[in-house]
Write a protein that binds this ligand. Structure first.
Ligand SMILES: [Fe+2]
Length: 400
């Protein structure tokens, strides 16, 4: 079924390549500048998007073995991910039951237990309170009720999904509309982590607009990877989640003379795969395939964001391959930090002046149009029922 979807997308792309065409949205869309600079809008996005909808918290390979943990901030919530002895990944609010201290400093590694740096209370890999310092002197408490606060969490398609709302029900089927089955063809679950870096950026939507945009590739990236890239994109959407593929993608073009049986998953899954509201997966050739999984989330105020980039490869690199990978990662850091986000930070400064009332998304920028429609709809959903009805409108839409 999902292979058939991938083949259909490739055939659509081949038809465009042969005809020299690209799909276009119906009209040019105006997005109010306010959406990028207004602190009230930002607070609503934090509550009604980031702390409410299912999120990708990390790729699964960031927790490669039993005992692996990752401590990270997601939309200002300190989160602790832990892979237990049973192989299950669990997510918690990274805050001690005693007086709320952050238990594990941001980072990753292997830990048998999590010990709070304030008074030494400790927690098991499954979040249960395991140790209270000077227990008798402290006094009686219900130990079972004082574990780390669990967050809904599930692994699918090589990602750890979760919600920052402890009460939320993680209904991934309704949220993903089968997109997880398509993503599964990328093979991220079987990959190895070969690198990681972090980049500071502008407002999360300014940054994310860039991930949904091929229009800028040969211009902004003319001195790095972009000069020979096409600036056109076909967009496929599963609700708010979108895949971008160039209508003249070279790998797809090569399928034209190849029997369909030889169209491997690798050949069919090029382009950029995004997961709303902050994930982008792109792939690069390092003498084998390497994925760049960007995990973007808002920073501490309207004008800032942070992006953790995980690099994954479907092979265990030897020393020489790792050197090539490190070199490519350094190059990509230059692209993202010095080209994309440096531009984004300047956009942020310019929009904050209020000189422009709105910005524009052209007919060739259907992905950005869809992204902002979804942001607006979710921010406008002021209770659970309204959220459910927004999610119920989600549809799978392939550009023709
Ligand atoms: Fe870019």
């Amino acid at each position: 079924m999902t292979r058939a979807d991938l083949v259909a997308m490739a055939q659509r792309t081949l038809a465009h390549a042969r005809a020299g065409t690209a799909p276009l949205a119906e009209s040019v869309v105006e997005v109010p500048t306010r959406t990028y600079v207004d602190p009230n809008q930002w607070a609503l996005e934090m509550d009604r998007i980031w702390r409410r909808v299912p999120l990708v918290l990390a790729p699964s390979v960031a927790l490669p073995e039993a005992g692996s943990y990752v401590a990270l901030d997601v939309a200002e919530v300190p989160v602790l991910l832990s892979r237990g002895a049973d192989g299950e990944v669990r997510a918690f609010v990274n805050s001690c039951a005693h007086r709320g201290a952050i238990v594990m400093e941001e980072g990753h590694g292997i830990a048998r237990r999590f010990t709070c740096p304030y008074h030494g209370w400790s927690y098991d890999q499954d979040g249960a309170l395991g140790g209270i310092l000077d227990r008798e002197a402290f006094g009686e408490i219900e130990v079972d009720c004082h574990g780390l606060t669990a967050l809904p969490c599930e692994e699918r398609a090589g990602f750890v999904w979760g919600s920052l709302d402890p009460q939320a029900e993680l209904d991934l089927d309704a949220w993903l509309l089968g997109y997880d089955d398509v993503l599964d063809h990328l093979g991220l679950a079987g990959c190895h982590l070969v690198g990681r870096q972090e980049v500071a950026g502008p407002n999360w939507k300014v940054a994310y607009d860039g991930y949904l945009d091929f229009y800028h590739l040969p211009i902004l990236h003319k001195d790095s990877f972009g000069p020979d890239y096409s600036n056109k994109a076909c967009y496929d959407a599963w609700g708010p989640h979108q895949r971008l593929l160039q209508p003249d993608d070279r790998v797809i073009a090569a399928l034209d003379t190849m029997p369909e049986d030889d169209w491997t998953d690798e050949k069919l899954t090029g382009g950029v795969w995004t997961v709303f509201p902050g994930i982008s997966v792109a792939s690069f050739d390092v003498g084998g395939r390497m994925f760049m999984v960007s995990v973007l989330s808002p920073g501490s105020a309207v004008g800032s964001s942070r992006t953790v980039q995980y690099f994954l490869a479907p092979f265990v690199p030897d020393e020489e391959q790792q050197r090539a990978i490190d070199k490519r990662i350094e190059f990509l850091l230059g692209v993202v930090r010095d080209e994309d986000y440096a531009t984004g930070l300047r956009i942020q400064r310019a929009l904050a002046t209020g000189a422009k009332d709105h910005v524009l998304f052209g007919r060739n920028e259907a992905g950005g149009q869809r992204f902002h429609e979804w942001v607006e709809a979710l921010v406008g959903a002021d209770d659970a029922a309204a959220l459910a009805s927004v999610v119920a409108t989600a549809d799978v839409v392939h550009q023709p």
